[in-house]
Design a protein around this ligand. Structure first.
Ligand code: GSH
Length: 219
């Protein structure tokens, strides 16, 4: 993985023109970006990582908004200029034809089920509680918001625990991109105040993922 910074990448046409590698715009603090970093490593893909600092407002610059009007990372850019946003869409694109995305249509739909679950029933609770606590320093003005994430976050963890007590990974006994998507914020859920020691199967699954060849830890 080659690492560049946003300013040089956006300002210097030569850098953009010269590289034929897929570019990933991301911030190492973000679990959504880490999903992509982990997948790239597990599949040993060659990509260029362009460092974005969310807290400095890099996602709101004119140059970045031209690429993604939603002002969010991760963002993937192909060498022909086409861009793809939404972490789980990026996972699906990069994992296409690999062992991390089943070819059977029902199994593949189960992967989608967990990816949609992650975005609607997991990330909005666990990732947001983590952001308020770890990056905003749990200010009084966000305390009620932080507390309101507990019920939904624990419900999501309970559902994962239930599945992982029946199968080794979320979609059966073979690892898929669904595990990468859910692992990203689950393994750091304690940063958002969630007690992971309540969950035996989730801890077993976290260990299984962390022992994979080419596994890379969240920086
Ligand atoms: N649903 C999106 C969420 C992306 C997202 O919220 N990204 C955050 C970082 S985790 C971001 O870019 N925040 C900067 C901002 O909103 O200004 C995905 O899965 O990619």
């Amino acid at each position: 993985m080659v690492i560049s910074s946003l300013n040089s990448a956006l300002a210097n046409e030569e850098i953009i023109g010269a590289s034929l590698m897929i570019k990933i715009f991301g911030d190492f603090k973000s679990g959504n970006c880490y999903k992509v970093q982990l997948l790239v490593s597990l599949l040993a893909l060659k990509t260029e990582w362009i460092d974005i600092d969310i807290l400095k407002g890099d996602t709101k610059t004119e140059g970045f908004l031209d690429l993604n009007p939603n002002g969010k990372i991760p963002l993937l850019q192909l060498d022909d200029g086409r861009v793809l946003s939404e972490s789980n869409a990026i996972l699906l694109y990069l994992a296409d034809q690999s062992h991390l995305l089943p070819s059977d249509s029902f199994q593949r739909a189960k992967v989608f089920q967990w990816l949609f679950f992650e975005q609607y029933s997991h990330e909005p609770y666990i990732a947001v509680a983590r952001f308020i606590n770890k990056y905003l320093g749990l200010p009084d003005s966000r305390l009620a918001d932080y507390e309101s994430k507990k019920e939904g976050g624990y419900k999501a963890l309970d559902i994962m625990e239930q599945q992982l007590s029946k199968t080794q990974f979320l979609v059966g006994d073979i690892m898929t991109v669904a595990d990468i998507a859910l692992y990203a914020y689950t393994h750091v859920a304690e940063d958002g105040g969630f007690e992971l020691n309540r969950y035996r199967e989730i801890n077993r699954w976290i260990n299984d993922i962390e022992r994979l060849p080419n596994y890379v830890a969240m920086p």
